[in-house]
Design a protein around this ligand. Structure first.
Ligand code: F6R
Length: 616
């Protein structure tokens, strides 16, 4: 959420920054801007709307220099206007700042600054922070330059409450960009004769794969040939140079029309990667070494809490059904935003899993910290290996799904549910599952990627169905048992990218109110594979048909009953009940995708959204 890039070095900063912003556009696309330092002066170009608008502005009014900062915004405080676009300056107009996060006490600070004669051009909390740092800078008696800038930054940051990943520069300190983080990610990219700042390595991976991930309270001073990291809490701060696992090609769309479509099609591979090296045939189980727990410790777990937001919370709900079915361990799912403020009774043998693709979601991170504060073992299930959740958790499982750029989560969902199945198998084998049962589950897991590929091969049929219903007034998504969370996820995909209102329910809930919404203009998507609740689902389908509601079903290949009762069927291969949400989610992702494309929606950058929600 919001993207930040900074460059200092031998090349012109503008093309590097614009390229970085384009790669970060999925993090926010309300407005974008750059500030470039040259000849002791900082020039700014900023514009509301997509990065293309900023590029046009720079073409009309060029700017160049070897030091610069840039930002793409997802609005929090202040509307989507040119004035609210970052970078923001201080009162002197010599200091510029880009910010990701929220300064919670900005209103009080602003009031104070106004009483001291400061004037503001925007409604943002960021501009207040820029003014505060500038005020501290102007108040210091020391010589203008880097040391004074860092001192004023330290002093300002001790006065603010909230979260920030910031980079700033001052016309008095032309040889450096300064960055700081608390709660919002910030990384240094190390080049040769050039260095970078970014909120996400994907912005700079085309230039360097050497990265230093900053920690909360770090302050980094970045020159073209060197850098220094200290802590706001005092003294030097330790750091590690990491090698970025993916390349610039991994964050390109390739031949696909959209990132979302590419990521949907990557799923046979990403599901395989989620299992790679973790299936142990000789022991008929799954091994998840990253948990850092012995079988004895895992045997003692008597309750699991799965927490996350949005799609990750749907994966958690799938996990609840799967782990309870395979391992008979009680599982509870909590939205991370609720967990963090709810005073849940948490017996000591409770294990908490925080599920997050980005590993940076503010609520999920806060849930992690709350769990740890309460003395529990908190594990992460993350895709981004360098993320804050991955680093702060007591251990966990990486998804290894590669960068997910499409704002709508797809491959991360199926990776998360696959990991839930691995957990269920592992915990089940420690408890009551026999070797034979374990081996059967392993066989089914190994067969998944091939089955997913078979579903993807039906894309043309799914597109035709999507186009048939694309002008629906609303849609219902219904499923039972393991597929109730899949229905929630199907509805979320549909509404977030096509803007068709969609709701997910357990099929049996229809009669308790939802059925009032059924009309010929409101199709119902039933996830009804041939499982233990198939007949019950068919009865619910009949109830909808009796009210002239169109039926799209996700059904098991070769099932005549579903072909007869539904208007259209999206086929999935036969599989055990506990794996069916993985297969069922694939046609639902494609249904949402083709509906949105048919309606002319911007699939990769849906309205009002941004990837990685780093504010509460
Ligand atoms: C929906 C979607 C969001 C995310 C949610 C959590 O398609 O992408 O609902 O799932 O914001 O994000 P992570 O998994 O990064 O914590």
């Amino acid at each position: 959420m919001c993207g930040i890039v900074g460059y200092i070095g031998k090349h012109d900063a503008v093309p590097v920054l614009l390229d970085g912003l384009r790669r970060l556009e999925y993090r926010g696309y309300d407005s974008a801007g750059v500030a470039i330092l040259a000849d002791g002066k900082i020039s700014v170009r900023k514009k509301s709307g997509r990065i293309a608008n900023l590029t046009d502005l720079i073409a009309q009014s060029p700017v160049a220099g070897h030091v610069g900062i840039a930002h793409t915004r997802w609005a929090t405080h202040g509307g989507v206007t040119d004035a609210n676009a970052h970078p923001h300056s201080d009162q002197s107009g010599r200091l510029f700042l880009c910010h990701n996060g929220v300064i919670e006490n900005y209103a009080t600070i602003k009031e104070q600054l106004i009483s001291e004669g400061h004037t503001f051009k925007s409604q943002t909390d960021t501009e207040v922070l820029a003014h505060l740092i500038g005020k501290e800078y102007d108040a210091l008696a020391s010589a203008p330059g880097t040391a004074r800038l860092v001192k004023s930054l330290r002093s300002a940051l001790t006065q603010v409450v909230g979260t920030y990943g910031i980079i700033l520069m001052h016309a008095d300190a032309p040889g450096v960009i300064v960055g700081a983080r608390r709660g919002s990610p910030l990384v240094l990219g190390l080049g040769s004769g050039e260095n970078f700042f970014a909120s996400d390595v994907s912005a700079i991976v085309a230039h360097t794969r050497e990265a230093v991930y900053l920690k909360d309270f770090d302050i980094a001073v970045l020159g073209a040939n060197d850098f220094e990291i200290t802590s706001l809490l005092g003294g030097a701060s330790g750091y590690e140079v990491s090698k970025v696992e993916f390349s610039a090609d991994d964050v390109s769309k390739g031949s696909y029309a959209h990132y979302m479509l590419k990521e949907i099609h990557e799923q046979p591979e990403t599901i395989r990667d989620a299992m790679r090296g973790r299936l142990v045939r000789e022991e008929a189980t799954a091994k998840l070494g990253g948990l850092g727990m012995t079988p004895q410790q895992l045997r003692e777990v008597d309750r699991i809490i799965l927490t996350g937001c949005g799609t990750a919370s749907h994966a958690a709900m799938c996990g609840e059904y799967i782990i309870e079915a395979l391992a008979h361990v009680p599982v509870e799912v909590e939205f991370a935003s609720e967990f963090r403020y709810r005073n849940l009774p948490l017996p000591k043998d409770t294990l908490v899993f925080c599920i997050s693709q980005s590993g940076e979601t503010a609520d999920t991170l806060a849930a992690l910290r709350e769990g740890k504060r309460k003395g529990l073992r908190v594990l992460g299930i993350c895709n981004n290996v360098a993320s804050t959740i991955a680093r702060e958790s007591d251990g966990g499982v990486y998804m290894h799904a590669g960068p997910e750029i499409g704002v709508a989560a797809t491959k991360s969902f199926t990776s998360q549910v696959t990991i839930m199945a691995l957990l269920g198998l592992m915990l089940g084998r420690i408890r009551h599952l026999s070797t034979t049962e374990g081996l059967r589950i392993l066989d089914e897991l190994e067969a998944l990627p091939g089955k997913v590929a078979r579903i993807l091969a039906q894309s043309d049929h799914i597109r035709a169905v999507a186009e048939k219903y694309a002008h629906a007034k609303a849609m219902m998504f219904l499923g039972r048992q393991f597929n109730y969370p899949a229905a929630l996820e199907g509805a979320l995909k549909m509404k977030e990218i096509s803007y068709i209102h969609a709701s997910g329910y357990p099929s049996a809930e229809l009669k308790h109110g939802v059925i009032a919404l059924i009309t010929p203009e409101v199709p119902s998507v039933f996830i009804a594979p041939e499982d233990s609740v198939f007949e019950k689902n068919v009865s619910n389908i009949e109830e909808v048909k009796a009210r002239k509601g169109p039926i799209i079903a996700v059904g098991t290949e070769g099932c005549d009953r579903i072909a007869k009762v539904a208007d259209d069927v999206l086929w999935i291969p036969e599989c055990p009940d506990y794996l069916s949400p993985i297969l069922a989610s694939i046609p639902l992702q494609l249904l949402a995708y083709y509906t949105a494309v048919h309606l002319g929606c911007d699939v990769d950058k849906p309205r009002n959204l941004a990837k990685s929600v780093t504010v509460e």
